[in-house]
Design a protein around this ligand. Structure first.
Ligand SMILES: NC(=O)c1ccc[n+]([C@@H]2O[C@H](COP(=O)([O-])OP(=O)(O)OC[C@H]3O[C@@H](n4cnc5c(N)ncnc54)[C@H](OP(=O)(O)O)[C@@H]3O)[C@@H](O)[C@H]2O)c1
Length: 294
């Protein structure tokens, strides 16, 4: 049966997926936004309200009516101090919802909020450049909010921590979870925003997720892309520099009966554009934004 959901950050890239999927699941949705014109969806179970999420007076009537609050808020990157807004919103929700005896909130955070988890990061560039110098203070801000939520008994919160976000469609992929590491060693390092929204809605009634900080991910796909090989160099010229473990496993099984591969030392890669380089260029752009804003 549909619930009354209050969505913060509803105009954002994940928030919009969340609103759409919530309506498809027959929930009543109140979307809180700074600019109502950003929400294009029209639906008789959707109400779009302009509201300052940091202002308790403005939030009070919405929180009184809501059964579940979901936050997909995201804030500009900062270089020097933890981004304070994740904590501030958590405090507004905790204190105001407590007045009405309301408890259920699902927050969207990120892999690597726990500082120790950052040493487990797999990508060299991500670990040594992007995490410490670009998104580190956003992660620290999320972490402050997680510590605060843990310290008060007011909310049945779930902090959902996804990896790098992509704009692909909602899938039916099985989720992989981890409640201790703030990242997931055997999951893909990317996840579609639409799938994060799907998971946030999946857990609204799931008591096992209450008061949990939960990294989520999806498995790495085996593709049917052509494998490119080179037996003369230790690399494959003109080939993307990254390949999934799943495709390496596929190729190892492919060659077990292939006599052409006997007594060969074979570099392998996979056809396609180099999305890894695209991610790096995107991250450099984010870095420039932080440097020039502070
Ligand atoms: N990028 C990644 O790879 C990645 C990975 C993991 C987690 N995350 C985190 O996931 C969250 C959601 O990501 P996303 O890409 O969906 O975010 P997004 O598209 O940037 O959306 C952010 C939302 O927050 C709202 N917002 C920003 N500042 C606000 C303020 N002062 N008051 C009220 N609302 C405000 C925005 O409203 P307006 O539309 O009015 O601006 C928008 O609705 C973020 O916290 C992000 O850091 C990102």
């Amino acid at each position: 049966m549909g619930k009354k959901l209050l969505v913060l950050g509803a105009s954002g890239n994940t928030g919009q997926h969340l609103v759409k999927q919530a309506l498809e699941r027959d929930h009543h949705v109140t979307a809180l936004v700074r600019d109502p014109a950003k929400i294009e969806i029209k639906h008789d179970k959707l109400s779009v309200e302009k509201c300052d999420v940091f202002n308790k007076e403005e939030m009070r009537p919405h929180l009184e009516n809501a059964e579940v609050v979901l936050s997909c808020l995201g804030f500009p990157l900062q270089r020097k101090e933890p981004v304070p807004y994740y904590l501030q919103v958590a405090q507004v929700l905790s204190e105001t919802m407590h007045e009405f005896g309301k408890r259920r909130v699902v927050f969207m955070h990120s892999w690597y909020t726990h500082p120790e988890s950052r040493a487990r990061c797999r990508g060299f560039f991500l670990k040594n450049f992007f995490l410490p110098y670009v998104i580190g203070q956003s992660l620290n801000g999320m972490r402050l909010s997680e510590e605060y939520l843990d310290s008060t008994d007011h909310l049945d919160y779930t902090c959902i921590q996804p990896a790098h976000l992509l704009d692909g469609p909602v899938t039916d992929k099985k989720f992989i979870l981890n409640e201790t590491d703030s990242c997931i060693a055997d999951a893909a390092q990317e996840i579609n925003r639409a799938d994060v929204a799907r998971y946030m809605l999946d857990v609204i009634d799931d008591e096992s997720s209450y008061r949990k900080i939960r990294a989520i991910g999806v498995g790495v796909d085996v593709t049917d892309k052509a494998i490119l090989t080179d037996d003369n160099h230790s690399y494959v010229p003109n080939c993307p520099i990254r390949i999934s473990r799943a495709d390496v496993a596929r190729y190892m099984l492919d060659v077990i009966d292939d006599e052409g591969s006997y007594r060969k030392i074979r570099a392998m890669g996979i056809e396609g554009d180099d999305s890894y380089m695209a991610v790096i260029m995107e991250q450099i752009d984010e870095f420039k934004k932080v440097i020039f804003r502070n």
